[in-house]
Design a protein around this ligand. Structure first.
Ligand code: ADP
Ligand code: MG
Length: 253
């Protein structure tokens, strides 16, 4: 049996009269990549931010690594890594300086060069955040989630706006983080990304979970209903053509 590291029960969030999260329940297992999928406005970020201790809930229960969110939010903060809005990075500081700043906030000693190496940014140590490409900015912000050596990291749409090479590079990084035993919760509305990355998926729509299972089980369940794709799918798609022609290598260095 897998260890439950996050348990969410009957979580509700109201903004005034509007119920953005309508009583969702799910468990996340230690060491998995758990995907929260859903259209814009479904309540993904709200749910994540509540678990991250950044937003108050209206009702329900959240337990993270045995700590109850209501009574031990400080303990939860210590063991999670949260991707900050990139606007939160002082644009004029270089990457080494920014890591020093975050390490100070977390009261942790880190080797900035080692951390940058882990996200393939060692060449950019002296670069300012504002001068990085989109993919580099995302990799750096993932690096900052790792500073406190967290057991769980939260990634809210980490690949939105990236080109295909940068997305693939980020997928590799996220898998690498999982391979070290870190639990990853990710939101996305790219289904290819979810299929490739996530061990299990919760699909959330208008504040409710409408499905929760492994990717394979979700697809098999649909097929079992007699569903068939309307026409034969080609053996490759346009993204395959693009990658074939332009390669996997990152273009941002
Ligand atoms: P998602 O991340 O899935 O796109 P969000 O959690 O950001 O969805 O938002 C869920 C719903 O809650 C949306 O309808 C959004 O407009 C609303 N919402 C989010 N934040 C606030 C807020 N601070 N005040 C009022 N409504 C909000
Ligand atoms: Mg969101």
């Amino acid at each position: 049996m897998s260890n439950v590291i996050i348990s969410v029960k009957d979580l509700v969030k109201k903004y005034g009269q509007f119920e953005a999260v309508k009583g969702i329940s799910f468990d996340v297992y230690e060491g998995e990549i758990f995907g929260l999928l859903g259209p814009n406005g479904a309540g993904k970020s709200t749910s994540l931010e509540i678990i991250e201790t950044l937003r108050d809930k209206t009702s329900g229960q959240v337990i993270v690594a045995g700590y109850n969110l209501d009574t031990h939010p400080e303990e939860i903060k210590k063991i999670i890594g949260v991707q900050l809005q990139t606007s939160g990075f002082y644009p004029g500081l270089n990457l080494i300086e920014l890591i020093g700043l975050f390490a100070g906030l977390y009261n942790r000693k880190v080797d900035p060069k080692e951390l940058l190496r882990s996200v393939n940014l060692e060449d950019k140590a002296k670069a300012k955040f504002k001068d990085l490409s989109g993919g580099q900015k995302q990799r750096f912000s993932i690096a900052t989630t790792l500073i406190n050596d967290p057991r769980i990291i939260f990634l809210d749409e980490p690949t939105t706006g990236l080109d295909p090479q940068a997305r693939r590079n980020l997928w590799d990084l996220i898998k690498q983080i999982r391979s070290k035993g870190t639990t990853v919760i990710i939101t996305t509305h790219y289904m290819d990304e979810a299929e490739l990355l996530c061990d299990r998926i919760a699909i959330i729509d208008s504040g409710k979970i409408v499905a929760l299972d492994t990717t394979d089980n979700l697809i098999d369940a649909l097929v079992a209903t007699g569903f068939e794709r309307p026409k034969d799918i080609k053996k490759a798609n346009l993204e395959d053509v693009f990658i074939q022609l332009t390669g996997h290598a990152l273009r941002e260095q």
